[in-house]
Design a protein around this ligand. Structure first.
Ligand SMILES: C[S@@+](CC[C@H](N)C(=O)[O-])C[C@H]1O[C@@H](n2cnc3c(N)ncnc32)[C@H](O)[C@@H]1O
Length: 264
């Protein structure tokens, strides 16, 4: 078993994601690649809650927005339970999209919800937004729609895990499901920044007049807010911008931006 020198320990990246008991590095420097297992074991020895250490391979891609990971040390599993904002979420970190970095944003949305609102979360994944809303607001009813069967399955399991009574999840394509829904909503969330703008016509169909839309987009610094506003103008009949915030950083000069708008 190779040992890490103190110089090598200093080269271990300080930034990584922790989802439940799984630690995920974005990158391991070339000089440590041959000792990646030792790096993983070192992290497990230092961080008591970590049981699996993995490395990202590539970026989030495809319709399901998933990304491959490779386990480099610890137990051989990709399933874990993650806790956030009073909710517990079971997931497979490779087969479902999930980012722990959005927990503040999710709480921001949940706290803005008023008593008895009906909320639609398009692209609901493992049901993290619906559950954070259920646990931290007095919403009456929250719908979630997700196309990835595995993420939807975890979503259903997470409703039971959290004893959530006011969340209803539907498996399927937002484009096909939303027009068939019998109710209109007080609030709609669109957490699919890569292409939420393609689904904006559904908002006019199902958001009540005066209702709130949280629209996410990926924008370069110089495109904020104009490009997002243009997309909103192209997709919605009439709206008023309440505010926009940067709620994630995607590498040099690129951001996840949330536009909070009121439908007029
Ligand atoms: C960026 S992820 C966000 C997931 C979740 N809301 C979260 O914050 O963790 C987008 C999700 O939308 C789902 N998705 C993509 N296109 C869809 C569609 N047309 N209908 C329903 N879900 C879709 C993907 O499978 C993925 O789980």
């Amino acid at each position: 078993m190779k040992k890490l020198t103190s110089k090598e320990i200093n080269k271990i990246p300080r930034s990584f994601d922790v989802i439940g008991d799984i630690l995920i590095f974005s990158n391991i420097p070339d000089e440590l690649i041959k000792k990646k297992k030792e790096v993983g074991n070192y992290m497990i020895s230092k961080l008591k809650n970590i049981k699996v250490v993995a490395k990202k391979i590539g970026i989030h891609k495809g319709k399901f927005r998933t990304r491959k990971i490779k386990i480099i040390a610890g137990e051989k599993r990709k399933e874990t339970i993650y806790k956030e904002n009073n909710a517990r979420l079971k997931l497979d970190v490779e087969k479902c999209y999930f980012s722990p970095r959005l927990s503040n944003e999710r709480l921001r949305i949940a706290r803005s919800i008023k008593k008895n609102e009906t909320v639609l979360v398009m692209f609901s994944g493992i049901s993290v937004y619906p559950l954070v809303i259920s646990k931290n607001s007095k919403a009456k009813l929250i719908y979630g729609i997700e196309i990835n069967k595995i993420a939807h399955k975890y979503g259903e399991e997470n409703l039971i895990l959290n004893k959530a009574k006011n969340v209803k999840l539907i498996l399927g394509d937002v484009k096909k499901i939303v027009p068939k829904l019998k109710i209109k909503f007080d609030r709609i969330l669109m957490p699919l920044p890569k292409e939420a703008y393609k689904y904006l016509d559904l908002v006019d169909l199902k958001l009540k007049k005066g209702g709130i839309l949280h629209y996410y987009d990926f924008l370069k610094e110089e495109e904020i807010p104009q490009k997002g506003l243009e997309r909103l103008k192209n997709g919605l009949v009439s709206f008023k911008l309440l505010k926009y915030i940067k709620c994630g950083h995607l590498g040099p000069g690129k951001f996840r931006v949330c536009f909070d708008v009121k439908i007029m």
